[in-house]
Design a protein around this ligand. Structure first.
Ligand code: G6P
Length: 366
């Protein structure tokens, strides 16, 4: 059943491998031909999104990283300004809410105390509506929001969130497409088409598990790691670093690759592995020169790269090639190898992968 590990050694690994199936489930009945079905967000969604002039997204932890990806998507593909903030900050400041603002919460559990408190606070601030993107039907967040979209990841047992994150990204792309369609009649048929083959691409990426397990040996003795990404892959780097911290207890930081020269480059030496994701997008050439800066300082690079971009393994660079994917969906796909990497490092270190020390699956107190 859903709560058994089956053939897997840990829930986390099982949940990583469930991703192709739950990503498909998250899309089920929500697309039609080359178009998104706005009513997936409820009967009032069409009217709500037409009124939406900006979006505020509030979340914690891994869900916050999904929100950061959505900022890139909503601004680029739906043309609406977006603000993203962690719930524990938002609820204690005095946010200015411009007319036509939509309030969105993201939460796996729907019970995170700070996120719930942020929603209750937001309801007093004059938003056009509140939307919860959540994995647990009937949770407090779902009950108290005007409208909801369920992520359909199924029960997630591992404390380190995996499938809940990637299904949140699917939901956020559906939101992006829906707002774009409602406000500008723009369909983005290419993205819709790519969504339909997304589960297949994820399956191909999971085949890399053996290679990633080998790679993980280079990390087991390390005390620090640096994750780099650019654009919508900066939040993916943040999520990669969070996963490594949570379950392997290795100190990890993430930087947008362009910021390297403003500080973290001083930390780079042969003892500091640097992990980067390099999809085939218009920031690739910039990223390549950032990686060159690392190599020139003797840093050890581990790069997850699109098979078409021509980054090859050589001295101090280990490359794992990923299948080509539509640029818009690359953040989701490049999350998978980072999940597998932290998983294998944690197994090598012998930590309690599913129940890391000091952490809880759902934080229902402030
Ligand atoms: C805890 C969990 C994280 C999770 C965060 C937010 O810290 O350990 O994995 O991302 O809460 O949880 P939520 O259920 O609101 O997504």
């Amino acid at each position: 059943g859903a709560a058994s590990k089956g053939e897997y050694r840990h829930y986390m690994l099982k949940e990583i491998f469930e991703q192709p199936r739950v990503i498909q489930a998250a899309l089920e009945g929500r697309l039609s031909g080359n178009s998104v079905l706005i009513e997936s967000f409820g009967p009032d969604a069409q009217a709500l999104f037409q009124k939406t002039r900006q979006v505020h997204i509030i979340a914690c932890g891994t869900s916050y990283h999904a929100a950061l990806v959505a900022r890139y998507w909503l601004e680029r593909y739906a043309g609406v300004p977006v603000q993203v903030e962690v719930a524990s900050e938002y609820r204690y400041r005095h946010p200015v809410v411009p007319e036509g603002s939509l309030f969105v919460t993201l939460s796996q559990s729907g019970e995170t105390a700070d996120t719930l408190a942020a929603l209750r606070f937001a309801k007093t601030l004059g938003y056009v509506g509140t939307l919860a993107i959540c994995n647990v039907p009937g949770s407090s967040l779902v009950r108290e929001s005007d409208t909801t979209l369920m992520t359909r990841a199924g029960p997630e047992i591992g404390v380190a969130s995996t499938k809940a994150f990637t299904t949140q990204l699917v939901a956020l792309m559906l939101l992006t497409l829906s707002i774009s369609k409602a406000r500008h009649q723009q369909e983005h048929a290419g993205i819709v088409e790519a969504l339909q083959t997304l589960a297949k691409v994820c399956e191909q990426v999971l085949v890399l598990d053996g290679q990633i397990e080998q790679l993980s040996q280079a990390f087991a003795e390390k005390h620090h790691a640096l994750f780099l990404g650019r654009g919508a892959h900066y939040p993916i780097a943040l999520e990669g670093a969070l996963k490594l911290k949570e379950i392997s207890y290795i100190h990890a930081e993430a930087y947008p690759a362009g910021e390297l020269k403003h500080g973290p480059l001083a930390l780079v030496d042969s003892e500091m592995p640097v992990i980067s994701v390099a999809p085939n997008d218009d920031l690739l050439e910039k990223l390549k020169s950032n990686l060159q800066e690392v190599r020139a300082r003797g840093g050890q690079l581990f790069v997850f790269a699109d098979e078409n971009v021509g980054i090859r393994s050589q001295d101090n660079i280990q490359v794992i090639e990923l299948p080509h994917v539509h640029e818009a969906l690359a953040p989701l796909v490049y999350t998978l190898p980072l999940q597998l990497l932290s998983y294998h490092v944690a197994v090598l270190k012998g930590t309690d992968v599913d129940q890391p020390r000091n952490l809880a699956k759902s934080v229902t107190v402030e």
